[in-house]
Structures are given as structure tokens and as C-alpha cells.
Design a binder for this molecule. Structure first.
Ligand SMILES: [Zn+2]
Length: 446
């Protein structure tokens, strides 16, 4: 019998030869651009000023000439008419059924309206993710979050239902109650931020005497919200703690859920090229990068999002194409190692470019250290000072010097920087559920 999942999954699209896929993408781009041109004052003005019309779009190179949209432009129009979204809105207000907003870690949040059609599109994009990660109608999925006004777990919830999974919303409960509920219901899968999923395992062991790898039935974990699941050392920690497969996905409120890891885990994530167009741009020349392994800025379009379209959005994410095709058979291209940085986050310390994820990779690869760490960059006189706090596990107390030597050496190799490192008792650094703030750059304040 055909299940929801079989009906949903469209292998024809996911395995389409590249040429055909690109033809489809150009046509879909032209269609969404025309929609925005006709229905939003913001887009019409943007395109008229640049002298491009939807009918001009015939190739990928034509698409690269279409002006980009940045988050700051979205912020500028919001709280204006039609209130509170502004004139990027392409539908009458009465067609809007969902309000969401960005989490605002980098400035004022952006409001995101969606119609019911958009909401079905969100569920579909998540169903691609979950199907590729082995979710089927036999799964019972526990989601340990109150979803609030943030889209990620709402969309994960609906995507899992669309596939035919049974979904348990675990909001309101505290961490201990969530673990006990997962155990009681024999949940087979969960979705969470990497930070929270590690914290849950820790709480289970220390407060409840439950070993998630042995005493729970979780077989797969889909991560969202932070880059951790694409950082090999963090992924390994989560997989060992839970005895489960850990998969990453990448999405954003103003874009959609555009990328996912499949069960082959090829060291990268597929771009959902049926629903999105991802172009990588050389930050200096603006040219499209096609060659693998060369990092650049992502410019992304969602083909089917209609209320507040996402067309040539400059996300500030730094990504690169993977050299290889995935053995899973999908022709959707892979990006290597997920989002490798954010144009905003990558910062110069002592004249050296530093991506904070590189520090996480080092800390979490050392088994004697706890999951948490904190990095603070300050200015002392004219020089940058970078301090790193880590937690030493109690069982490693007698090997302090040895652990310190490994840490210093690895940090030097991976980041080319020296740090003032201090050890702290296990459990003393702050814990986070979502959007951890482990990297603090205080140079701009003083
Ligand atoms: Zn694959």
C-alpha cells in the first residue's frame, strides 16, 4: 500500500539530470519574479530601477543580474503599510494565515507572513528533509520545544505529519519531564538544537540515571537552529550520547528549509534544488562560483513562497560546493560541511581570520572536556586578547597539564591563534537551549 511518504517523495525531481533541473529552475525563477513584480511595490521598484523584467530571464547568467535583497532592506519596510509587513507583501492581508519572526540574534527581528499555501510548502520542504533522513510513517517523533513565534520546529512538526509520522509536541514540560515522556512513549526520533540535545543527554544521565544510548529508543535526531550538527566533533558527541544517527538541516525564517543531510552522510548537505535556487557568489568579483571547494556568499531564491517572496536573498552565509556526487542517487548538489561561516561572524583577531566554529571543532574533539565553552575577545591597548573558558571533566582532573597541551596545540593548528585558556569545574559555564552565545566580541564596545 502506498503510504503518505511514498506519495510525497518525488524521486523524479530529486534525481533529475542537471540540465533538466536547471531548465526547470530558470522557469521557476522567472515565474516567482513575475509574481513579485506584479504584486509587490517593493519588488517592482527594485527591478524597474535595475532595468530588469521577468521576461528577460532566460539563463542562470540572467538571474545573476537580478538585484539582491538584504535583511536590512526588509527591516526598513516593516511596520509600514500593510502593517506590520510593509510593501514586500504580495497578497492581501486577509490571505495571511501565519505570523513568524526571525530570532533577532543580529539586530531587530524580521516579520514573516505566510499564506496557507506557503505553510503547505513549508511542510513539504521539511518532508524532503525527514524522508532523506529515514523518517517513515512508523516513527513517533518527540519535539522537545515550545515553538513560540519561531518557525523551525513548527515546520518540522507539520513536515513529519505530512510524511505520516506520529508527532508528540513536548513544549511546556521541563527537560526531565521531556526525557521521561520520550522513554514512556518509546519515541523513535527527535528534533532539537545541537546544544539542547547535548544538554538533554547530560540531564538524563546526571539527574535521572538514564543513559539515552541504552535506555531510550531514539534512533535519529534532526538538528536545527545552530551549525553544530555539521561540525564533526559535535555530531560525534551527540551520536555517542544518544546511540542515534544525527542529521543536520539548514533553514531560515525568511528563506525556508533549503538544505539537508541524507542517510549516506557524504560530508555535506543536499540543496533542495527543486524548491530553491542556490547560487554562490565570489565576495570580491560578484561572479557565480561553480567550482567545488571555493567558498563564497550564498544568494538564494525560494521558487514557491508567495506572501513575502525570497528572491535573490543575500543570506550572508558562506558555503562551498562539494567535489562529489552523493551515493544516495539524488542529483541535488551538495554543499561541503554545511554553512562554513557567516559573513557577519567571521572576524579578524590579531590580524587572523577566525570562524568561531573552528574553536568548537577543537574543544569538542577532546573527550576530557565538557560540551560548553566560552570565547571572549577584548582589546588590551592596541592588541586583541582572546580568552577561552572550558570545562574539565572530573575524571580528567589528574591529567590537566596533558589536556592543556593538546588544547593549545590543536587551537594553534586549526586557528593560528594563541588563547588565554582557563579550566572551570564541570557544569559551571552557562547552558543554553537555543541560540547559544558562546562567542563574545567585546572589542566594539570599548
Ligand atoms: Zn545524498
Amino acid at each position: 500500500m502506498l503510504t503518505n511518504a511514498d506519495k510525497f517523495w518525488n524521486p523524479l525531481l530529486e534525481t533529475l539530470p542537471r540540465e533538466k533541473l536547471q531548465d526547470l529552475q530558470v522557469r521557476k525563477f522567472r515565474r516567482i519574479m513575475a509574481w513579485a513584480y506584479e504584486n509587490s511595490k517593493f519588488h517592482r521598484k527594485l527591478y524597474k530601477e535595475a532595468g530588469v523584467q521577468p521576461a528577460d530571464i532566460k539563463t542562470m547568467e540572467d538571474i545573476a543580474q537580478v538585484p539582491k535583497v538584504e535583511k536590512s532592506m526588509m527591516r526598513n519596510i516593516q511596520k509600514k503599510e500593510p502593517y506590520p509587513y510593509g510593501d514586500m507583501l504580495c497578497v492581501p492581508l486577509e490571505r495571511v494565515t501565519e505570523f513568524r519572526q526571525t530570532s533577532g540574534t543580529t539586530g531587530q527581528p524580521v516579520y514573516q507572513p505566510d499564506t496557507w499555501q506557503d505553510w503547505e510548502w513549508w511542510a513539504e520542504s521539511w518532508a524532503y528533509i525527514l524522508y532523506a533522513q529515514g523518517y517513515r510513517s512508523t516513527d513517533r517523533v518527540f519535539i522537545p520545544f515550545g515553538y513560540n513565534i519561531f518557525v523551525a520546529f513548527w515546520a518540522g512538526h507539520y513536515g513529519a505529519e505530512k510524511l505520516g509520522c506520529e508527532v508528540v509536541p513536548g513544549g511546556v514540560l521541563n527537560t526531565e519531564a521531556r526525557i521521561l515522556k520520550m522513554q514512556e512513549l518509546r519515541a523513535t526520533a527527535t528534533m532539537a538544537t545541537p546544544t539542547y540535545v547535548l544538554g538533554m543527554a547530560d540531564t538524563a544521565r546526571r539527574k535521572l540515571g538514564i543513559d539515552p544510548a541504552k535506555d531510550l529508543n531514539i534512533q535519529k535526531i534532526t538538528c536545527a537552529g545552530e551549525p553544530g550538527a555539521s561540525i564533526p566533533a559535535t555530531k560525534k558527541r551527540i551520536e555517542e550520547a544518544w546511540g542515534a544517527k544525527v542529521y543536520d538541516h539548514i533553514g531560515a525564517t525568511e528563506i525556508g528549509a533549503w538544505s539537508y543531510e541524507c542517510m549516506e552522510k557524504p560530508g555535506g548537505l543536499h540543496v533542495n534544488e527543486g524548491l530553491f535556487l542556490v547560487q554562490i557568489e565570489d565576495p570580491e568579483t560578484g561572479e557565480i562560483i561553480e567550482e567545488p571547494g571555493k567558498p563564497g556568499k550564498m544568494v538564494i531564491t525560494a521558487f514557491d513562497r508567495i506572501a513575502q517572496p525570497c528572491i535573490r536573498f543575500d543570506s550572508k552565509d558562506i558555503i562551498m560546493w562539494h567535489e562529489e556526487q552523493c551515493p544516495c542517487g539524488r542529483t541535488f548538489r551538495l554543499i561541503k560541511g554545511g554553512v562554513v561561516g557567516r559573513a557577519d561572524d567571521i572576524t579578524k583577531v590579531k590580524g587572523v581570520l577566525l570562524a568561531p566554529t573552528a574553536i568548537e571543532e577543537v574543544v569538542r574533539a577532546i573527550p576530557e572536556l565538557g560540551d560548553e565553552y566560552e570565547v571572549t575577545v577584548t582589546k588590551k591597548g592596541d592588541t586583541d586578547d582572546i580568552s577561552l573558558k572550558v570545562e574539565l571533566l572530573p575524571e580528567a582532573e589528574n591529567r590537566k597539564d596533558e589536556v592543556m597541551a593538546i588544547l593549545v596545540d590543536q587551537l594553534r593548528v586549526k586557528t593560528n591563534l594563541r588563547y588565554n585558556i582557563s579550566f572551570h569545574p564541570y557544569g559551571s559555564l552557562p547552558r543554553y537551549d537555543v541560540k547559544a552565545k558562546r562567542f563574545k566580541d567585546l572589542r566594539k564596545i570599548h
